[in-house]
Design a binder for this molecule. Structure first.
Ligand SMILES: [Zn+2]
Ligand SMILES: [Zn+2]
Length: 97
């Protein structure tokens, strides 16, 4: 025969176990969401465009691609970025000495 005290203890153990299981599930869910968020952020980071001269992050339409065709992005608003890049551009045609 099970005593009243033993029943209470059993109920308490079951409650603790249920809470632990719930915490475990919440943590697993949280980890899953975090991993998904990281993957999205990583993709965004990879697709981000930086100015080849000043390295500022560019938004759509805020930059121009190098006119010499090296593929660098250059601030549209800052002529200095374009000019500096053109002097250092790897696609710059060699000027005969
Ligand atoms: Zn720039
Ligand atoms: Zn270039």
């Amino acid at each position: 025969m099970t005593s009243h005290v033993e029943q209470q203890i059993a109920a308490r153990i079951a409650a603790v176990r249920a809470r632990k299981q719930q915490q475990h599930e919440q943590r697993a869910e949280f980890d899953r969401l975090r991993a998904a968020g990281l993957a999205v952020r990583k993709r965004q980071k990879l697709s981000r465009v930086f100015c080849g001269t000043c390295a500022r992050v560019q938004r759509k339409g805020s930059y121009l691609r190098c006119p010499l065709g090296c593929g660098e992005a250059l601030c549209r608003s800052s002529a200095g970025c374009g000019n500096t890049h053109l002097r250092q551009c790897s696609s710059r045609p060699e000027v005969g000495e």
